[in-house]
Design a protein around this ligand. Structure first.
Ligand code: PRP
Ligand code: URA
Length: 213
């Protein structure tokens, strides 16, 4: 593991590394960028959901009836942080199509880099669900901390945060503010620059997913 403790899982899979490199490349266009974000979310989801609750269901094979495990899908909620987190949602829904989806709208002030909330709606009830919060970028950590604060205020308890690229500054802030959540990271980068962008990073994730700017 690493110095951040066992709640922080930094992915180490060649397929993931390859896809993240393609994502970073400034010559990767919107269409490919979007596909890669979803593929990465699916690969990360496979790991992050390994403790998803199962239930037994009776089925009949060509040979006999038996009880067999199936995902208790209604127990999962995916909560993207808008906008960029939306890009990861379908990747996780491809694994668990019956998951509910909530939304947390936050944007970072360009000067202060502090998050501002503009829309929040969570599946109700939320208490018993495993909640996967998605956002490709964990930079200062302000957005992630606010999103998890919001979910906890509404009763969410079993929270996993999933990002594709993290800066050490944001990881420290999130893991200190919410030591009880699991944090899944595709790649841990070097540092933030003076504009609080991740270096080397991939630029502005929302703009690259939605083709804005
Ligand atoms: C980006 C990103 C995160 C946030 C990370 O969103 O998707 O939500 O910045 O930065 P932080 O860790 O310093 O809070 P942004 O605010 O640019 O909004 P957008 O997704 O709508 O473009
Ligand atoms: N948000 C982004 O989209 N990219 C960064 O590098 C930092 C915050």
């Amino acid at each position: 593991m690493d110095a951040y403790g066992e709640n922080v899982i930094i992915m180490n899979h060649p397929l993931l590394k390859h896809k993240i490199t393609r994502l970073r490349d400034k010559n990767t266009g919107t269409n490919e960028f979007r596909s890669l974000v979803n593929e990465i979310a699916m690969l990360m989801g496979y790991e992050a959901l390994r403790d998803l609750p199962l239930k037994e269901e009776e089925i009949e094979t060509p040979i006999e009836k038996c009880m067999a495990p199936v995902i208790a899908g209604r127990k999962l909620a995916v909560v993207p942080i808008l906008r960029a987190g939306l890009g990861m949602t379908n990747g996780i829904l491809a694994l668990v199509p019956s998951a509910k989806v909530g939304h947390i709208g936050l944007y970072r002030d360009e000067v202060t880099h502090e998050p501002h909330e503009y829309y929040c709606k969570l599946p109700d009830p939320i208490e018993e669900r495993v909640i996967v919060v998605t956002d490709p970028m964990l930079a200062t950590g302000g957005s992630a901390v606010s999103a998890v604060d919001f979910i906890k205020r509404h009763g969410g308890r079993k929270i996993k945060f999933m990002c594709i690229i993290a800066a050490p500054e944001g990881l420290k802030r999130l893991s200190e503010a919410h030591p009880d959540i699991q944090i899944y990271i595709g790649q841990l980068d070097r540092e933030l620059n003076k504009d609080a962008y991740i270096c080397p990073g991939l630029g502005d994730a929302g703009d690259r997913i939605f083709g804005t700017k």
